[in-house]
Design a protein around this ligand. Structure first.
Ligand code: DX5
Ligand code: ZN
Length: 225
């Protein structure tokens, strides 16, 4: 049996923005596999964060993939800018795009991996006819807009459904979970089928990032798949 590769994706939303280069270097040195980059527009979500300029600024500081989570509406205009700024994965919320298939294709044509993000209240049927263009499925375990919220346990059911869809597709698709992930619930998310774990406040609120990431990996090592 092949063991699942688990990936830890710290969300820099909870990092110190005044020292962002140092923060991303430190968190990668602490064992991060991916940098999760939350883009909010004060329109699709009620918060405003960072854009392509900041992605471009951190790009030379790390070798790991940058995973851009777009919480913006409209979506398409900004995609080539993120691709040029060094993004590797770009995900968006289906409610924020008028033409989901076109947006997925646009991301792939820009040279990035593409994914759809599902809010706690968003049905999964958006995947039905676009699985061939999907490289990542992101299940939100909080409503998007802020770090530091509590994990919504109902998300575990959706992770299970997404895992089944991925396995049935036979395609190589990452299954990411985002929101309220901590040392004490990462294992449950992994058991449900997630393989990529976003964690913002759990990591950046602590003085020793490696200690948190190591503790998360120790939990993941107990997962039986
Ligand atoms: C929320 C963002 C998350 C957020 C997670 O809208 O998409 O990536 O940073 O933060 P925590 O891990 O603190 O819930
Ligand atoms: Zn996110």
């Amino acid at each position: 049996m092949t063991m699942t590769t688990f990936r830890i994706a710290p969300s820099i939303l909870s990092a110190d923005f005044a020292r962002l280069g140092e923060e991303v270097r430190n968190v990668v040195a602490a064992g991060a596999d991916i940098i999760h980059f939350d883009v909010m527009d004060n329109h699709y979500v009620p918060n405003l964060t960072i854009g392509p300029l900041v992605c471009h600024a951190i790009r030379p500081h790390v070798q790991v993939p940058i995973d851009v989570h777009l919480m913006v509406k409209p979506v398409d205009r900004i995609i080539p800018d993120f691709a040029k700024a060094g993004a590797n994965i770009i995900t968006f919320h289906p409610e924020a795009s008028e033409h989901i298939d076109r947006t997925l294709q646009l991301i792939r044509d820009s040279g990035c991996k593409a994914g759809l993000v599902f809010n706690p209240g968003t049905p999964m049927h958006y995947l039905d006819y676009v699985m061939d263009k999907i490289d990542m499925i992101l299940i939100m375990s909080v409503n998007p807009g802020f770090g530091g919220q509590s994990f919504i346990a109902e998300a575990l059911k959706k992770i299970t459904i997404a895992r089944r869809m991925i396995d049935e597709s036979g395609r190589d698709i990452l299954l990411e979970v985002d929101g309220g992930i901590k040392v004490d619930n990462i294992r449950a998310a992994a058991e449900a089928g997630a393989d990529t774990f976003v964690a913002g406040s759990a990591i950046f609120s602590q003085p020793d990032y490696k200690e948190v990431i190591d503790a998360m990996r120790a939990e993941l090592a107990k997962v039986g798949r």
